[in-house]
Design a protein. Structure first.
Length: 406
């Protein structure tokens, strides 16, 4: 009897070990590639992968007939290795390992509407995006993949013109969905995914003679990267943008000359494992190092033109030192946003508390222990503008709130 129990336990451990190995090898398998829709010939697209090391492309299943439009967008579920392709009115899900279509689902939207700039949130396994039912309405929405339902988070100005091929991002740590729009000039905008309210909506301050676009997010630093192109000089630079000021800054000089014209709908990404930035110029993949800004990759694809590129690496849900968001303790911040001077009200709770405030990288910038007041005033006016997190802990309760300093 004892031998049987030992054998069962050993077999159970073996199954777990095999499962872990399978998961790890699967993620390693997809992380060596960039995934995209490959326009192999006129009107024909395949779900494909490009080996980063060689540039060799493997074409998987053919995409159901569709026409590339301004509403076409894609996103990924890194953990489950799924590539989501939205045509505007249909969501097609591909398995990155086998290359097969897992589902092909018409979206529950009016026939006159289109969903674009989709972004998957790993924290709630939902997709966020912009639902355009012009001229009636434009909305920021939450799409539940499991139930195929769409919920409006907020209504946007119906006269807003989106830079649909300029890129978008979702930062699960700060809870911000970012994009570029014309209002009437180019703005860098960020919406709170819970309320749909603008966290920032700032005019882009392009460098002289240059045009900024192809935005994407670097998870480890929460920086927004993109390309800044000087078309008259024929040079592209890797740049960052400050969402609070709109200022565009070159990561380094000089820039590079290949891949001057990014493919419309090609997309951009950051390999979150290496920190490298990529975009596509038709049949060419261009890559730059986000630390040095130098060109590190210039690879011609052996066949076809790439659209909607993605890499299977994704931002985690919480920064270092901050637990997943909990709401067990009632906390009110006033005002919020603020200039850094604000009050924390604990709703008459006088139990002993610990307060910590973190920046987006998880560093503690303020801490106070054994606090029993029901209200406390905080002064962070010397801190840079941006997003911070308040974590309040009692013996049996915890809450995390977002702080915005403008």
């Amino acid at each position: 009897m004892m031998k049987t129990k030992v054998m069962k336990t050993w077999m159970f451990k073996l199954k777990i070990f095999i499962l872990i190995i399978a998961c790890r090898s699967g993620h390693a398998q997809v992380s060596n590639f960039i995934y995209a829709l490959n326009n192999t010939s006129t009107g024909i697209f395949h779900f494909s992968k490009v080996e980063i090391a060689t540039g060799l492309i493997t074409n998987f299943q053919m995409v159901p007939p569709w026409s590339l439009s301004l509403s076409s967008s894609s996103t990924i579920d890194n953990y489950h290795q799924k590539y989501f392709f939205c045509t505007g009115d249909t969501l097609i899900t591909f398995d990155a390992v086998s290359g097969t279509i897992l589902s092909n689902i018409p979206l529950p939207i009016p026939s006159t509407a289109e969903l674009f700039n989709i972004q998957f949130n790993p924290c709630d396994s939902a997709i966020y995006g912009i639902l355009n039912n012009y001229p009636a309405s434009i909305s920021f929405v939450h799409y539940n993949i499991a139930t195929n339902t769409i919920m409006t988070i907020s209504s946007l100005n119906p006269n807003t013109f989106f830079c649909t091929y300029c890129g978008s991002f979702l930062d699960p740590v700060t809870g911000i969905y970012g994009f570029l729009n014309f209002a009437p000039n180019l703005n860098i905008s960020g919406l709170d995914i819970s309320t749909g309210q603008f966290v920032f909506n700032t005019p882009v301050n392009d460098l002289p003679g240059e045009t900024f676009g192809n935005i994407t997010l670097k998870c480890s630093t929460h920086e927004i990267f993109g390309t800044s192109v000087d078309y008259s000089a024929g040079v592209t630079y890797l740049s960052t943008i400050n969402p609070n000021t709109g200022n565009v800054t070159h990561v380094s000089n000089p820039g590079w000359t290949p891949g001057l014209n990014a493919a419309a709908g090609g997309g951009s990404l950051i390999n979150q494992l290496t920190g490298d930035y990529y975009y596509t110029a038709g049949d060419t993949l261009i890559g730059a190092n986000t630390l040095s800004g130098n060109l590190i990759y210039n690879q011609t694809i052996n066949s076809g033109y790439l659209f909607l590129i993605q890499h299977f690496s994704q931002c985690a849900c919480s920064p270092n030192g901050i637990s997943e968001l909990k709401r067990d303790l009632t906390v009110n911040l006033t005002p919020n946003p603020s200039n850094g001077n604000f009050k924390i009200n604990f709703n008459n709770n006088t139990s002993e508390k610990t307060i910590r405030i973190f920046d987006v990288t998880g560093n503690i910038i303020y801490e106070k222990n054994k606090l029993t007041n029901s209200e406390v005033e905080i002064n962070l006016t010397a801190s840079p503008k941006g997003i911070y997190f308040l974590k309040v802990m009692t013996r049996d309760k915890i809450t995390v709130a977002k702080i915005l300093i403008q």
